[in-house]
Design a protein around this ligand. Structure first.
Ligand code: PLP
Length: 446
């Protein structure tokens, strides 16, 4: 075993020899992967000491950046030195109790019960299991342009290109279209589109038989597929159809929960809309430690007081992760992190509009809070990639290289470029980042 201090060469060698990458084939993914050594604030530093702004908070998860707040670090350290691990399935602990209490405080009063898996995928597994067991019904309706996680249940629920890997899947999932369709329009204007869309959804519910549908599960703002923002009428319409046909509404807040779009939870941006079950992860613990959460409306929580939910994993409600999340939420409230997001939303929108006017490689931009995306287009004005199995155009690779050269680490998965910096970014830092992206886009223009 190599006991000397590892330099970048050792790290790359072991990665090459032994590390398996996941969504794509290992070799191309490894070659495209970037090394990082440390982080500070919104910045990452590589092994050469070069500095990068993290412009997508990794996978839109490290909402508080790379400098762990001292209060969070202190609580984690204390937990590690007093009770570093306890199986959450059979024990009562202060971290779990405190986290449930603070979530109760920051969510609508109808949502009263919480449990804590590890990942967003697991949280969605729980939501699906709970909806089926509570209603005694099996079907779950989800949308085509969605991502709900990489484990088999949520991957079957997923509609985006990754669902190919879960095709042998789990039974009982039915897909419906999104308001944002590529090949056709639902109507001549927004109002007509929404009303046709909701009529289509009702027709789907009736065709599937409402008595067989446990839940409709949607991302509050569709994230991975490109920040597709649901107009309020769509979310209100889905809520109304759920109420009419006695179907649960599950909102997947894994990406937008914990402040990303300008409220603590994304559904709070839709006046008065409360889901029956919601899931969150990523920002819940600032991603300093793995943790996700599921919130239940009171009658669902009460049902499981006397009926088994029938779910578990060893690391649920891990005490170190739970105390971390509790302190993260406390920090967010004390520092008004959500206020910072609200304050910077107009800067995001202005700068995105400016880039749209300036660069013909961009077609459309969408943003809410600190969550935005551009569609990238080729010389023909069409999306630069039609399908994720298309080869990535050379220009896009040059653009990615230029972004890195300009000190921007961003998640560019064509045809979409996400913009989602840590929520603690300052206005000056945000403007600096946009200036660097602006320059890099010249490489992509025609
Ligand atoms: N749901 C949504 C909306 C997501 O964006 C993600 C991850 O990106 C997940 C679920 C899955 O979460 P995880 O990767 O933590 O399992």
């Amino acid at each position: 075993h190599n006991v000397k201090e590892w330099d970048l060469k050792d790290i790359v060698k072991s990665t090459e020899d032994h590390v398996v990458f996941t969504w794509g084939a290992t070799d191309p993914m490894r070659k495209a992967a970037k090394d990082f050594k440390r982080g500070e604030g919104i910045y990452l530093f590589d092994y050469q000491g070069r500095k990068y702004i993290d412009f997508t908070s990794q996978a839109i998860n490290n909402n508080l950046g790379y400098s762990i707040p001292p209060s969070v670090l202190e609580a984690i350290t204390k937990q590690l030195t007093t009770l570093p691990q306890l199986y959450g399935g059979l024990t009562i602990t202060e971290p779990k109790a405190k986290l449930a209490q603070i979530l109760n405080d920051v969510t609508p009063k109808d949502i009263t019960g919480f449990l804590f898996p590890c990942t967003g995928s697991e949280a969605n597994e729980v939501a699906i299991r709970a909806a089926r067991r509570f209603t005694g019904k099996q079907k779950i309706l989800t949308r085509y342009k969605s991502y709900h996680g990489g484990t088999t249940g949520p991957l079957t629920a997923t509609g985006d290109f990754r669902r190919q890997f879960g095709e042998s899947g789990v039974s009982g999932f039915v897909k419906f279209f999104d308001l944002q369709a590529f090949q056709f329009q639902w109507g001549q204007n927004q109002q007509q589109s929404v009303s046709t869309y909701l009529a289509y959804l009702e027709e789907t519910i009736l065709s599937e038989n409402p008595n067989s549908i446990a839940a409709i599960m949607v991302e509050t703002v569709t994230g991975s597929a490109g920040v597709l923002i649901n107009p309020p009428e769509v979310i209100q319409g889905i809520r109304a159809l759920c109420d009419k046909y006695n179907i649960l509404m599950i909102m997947d807040e894994v990406m937008v929960g914990l402040g990303r779009i300008g409220e603590m939870f994304g559904f709070q941006t839709y006046d008065g809309i409360v889901p029956d079950i919601f899931t969150c992860a990523k920002g819940l613990s600032g991603s300093f430690l793995p943790l996700s959460g599921v919130g239940f409306r009171k009658d669902i929580q009460d049902y499981f007081r006397t009926n088994a939910l029938g779910w578990g994993t060893t690391y649920q409600a891990h005490p170190v992760s739970c105390i971390c999340a509790y302190e993260v939420i406390k920090y967010m409230v004390e520092k008004d992190v959500v206020g910072n997001v609200k304050k910077l939303e107009p800067v995001m929108i202005n700068r995105m509009e400016e880039l749209l006017k300036k660069h013909n490689s961009l077609r459309q931009g969408r943003a809410r809070g600190l969550f935005g995306a551009f569609d990238l287009v080729g010389a023909d004005g069409q999306l630069i990639m039609k399908s994720y199995s298309d080869p990535v155009p050379e220009k896009v690779n040059k653009f990615k290289a230029k972004l890195l050269e300009n000190g921007i680490q961003a998640w560019v998965r064509p045809p979409v470029m996400h913009i989602a910096p840590p929520l603690i970014i300052t206005e000056a830092e945000l403007n600096d980042a946009f200036n660097r992206v602006d320059d890099a886009l010249n490489v992509l223009d025609h």
